[in-house]
Design a protein around this ligand. Structure first.
Ligand SMILES: [Zn+2]
Length: 351
């Protein structure tokens, strides 16, 4: 039987970023309700469902994990560096702003009561500068109080998307808004923080990082394990363009309008890879329809974790025009010189 506790309000800030640890009026939307009877028992562990509903055909990978290193470094529960210093939650990323604009829903990870919300901030990321985001790092968000002293906080949601209000009872899996780009964020993603009795914990390893560098007493429900699996390093975006490609081209979807055709002056393949660990390198190769290698670029093994890496390479249009048929791109990710993962992409350029 579940113990019911009287609750009290605190003004502890719950924005995700370390700089937000000083309390302020603007962070009170996430005022936590800490249980007043912590000794009650038996308390059961929460089971979390995936907080993002990734549409079929879209990739929504885990980009950052909880940092277990108390010092200036970063260490995720696997003893890797997927994240950054002080990161206190789990980030689920969308592949682009275009994907965000298509509307990707955020769901309550467990049943509970909404104890705070914020909406109305622009999906502008860092456009206005970091200083303007002080104390509102979480952006548009929702804080939900669950049983047994747990709460979950959802950050960076889309402007105008928050679909619940303080006092609402929500079911596990209920839609509470959409993924956005509000607050202190450089790419569209959902940041999920989990707390137990007010203390931030890692759902993959709630009792702390283990010496075996693996999940321990994971709080992800069985049906969330696939969505919340960690695939880094991962090719997040891959495709062809008619010229050089920037991160902005990929994020905005502008690159989609630049698919190479018969008259294109160049044929370029691009790939954006996320979550590179030290020792990871990659090779990007473009092949003609007859299998001939047209262009290749290599990124040597990196010496520290890289959140993302954009590579592209291509060729100018030959005198006789482009050979008709399917052009092929291959991304080969290596670790310490050994093959780790390969992604393929093919598309026609036409006559
Ligand atoms: Zn985050």
């Amino acid at each position: 039987m579940r113990t019911v506790c009287r609750s009290q309000s605190t003004n502890e800030p719950h924005a995700e970023e370390p700089s937000a640890r000083t309390a302020s009026r603007s962070t009170r939307f996430v005022s936590a309700l800490l249980p007043a009877c912590l000794s009650a028992s038996p308390a059961s562990a929460i089971e979390l469902s995936a907080p993002v509903t990734c549409p079929a055909g879209m990739v929504c990978p885990v980009q950052n994990l909880f940092d277990h290193d108390p010092g200036p470094g970063v260490r995720d529960f696997r003893c890797g560096g997927l994240g950054y210093d002080g990161h206190d939650g789990t980030d689920v990323r969308l592949p682009s702003l275009a994907a965000m604009r298509s509307g990707v829903e955020v769901e309550a990870a467990s049943e509970g009561e909404v104890v705070g919300t914020r909406d109305g901030m622009a999906d502008a990321g860092l456009e206005g500068g970091r200083a303007a985001l002080k104390n509102v790092e979480c952006g548009n968000g929702v804080l939900i109080r669950h049983a047994d002293g747990y709460d979950t906080q959802y950050c960076h949601m889309a402007k105008g998307s928050v679909a619940v209000k303080q006092g609402d009872k929500v079911a596990r899996g209920q839609t509470i808004g959409r993924v956005g780009l509000s607050g202190l964020t450089e790419f569209p993603h959902l940041h999920l923080s989990l707390r137990k009795d007010g203390r931030k914990i890692d759902p993959y390893a709630p009792e702390g990082a283990s010496p075996t560098c693996g999940e321990t007493k994971s709080l992800w429900a069985a049906d969330a394990r696939f969505a919340m699996r960690i695939e880094a390093p991962l090719t997040l975006n891959i495709g062809f363009s008619d010229g050089p490609v920037t991160n902005a081209d990929i994020e905005t979807g502008a690159v989609e309008a630049r698919k190479p055709g018969p008259a294109s002056p160049a044929l370029v393949v691009y790939a954006r890879v996320i979550g590179l660990a030290p020792g990871d390198g990659l090779r990007l190769t473009l092949r003609a329809p007859d299998g001939t290698e047209m262009a290749k670029t290599e990124v040597p093994p990196v010496d520290r974790p890289k959140a993302q890496w954009l590579a592209f390479v291509g060729r100018k249009r030959p005198e006789g025009g482009w050979q008709a048929g399917d052009y092929r791109a291959t991304v080969e990710i290596s670790r310490m010189g050994a093959a780790l993962k390969t992604s393929e992409f093919a598309a026609p350029v036409g006559r």
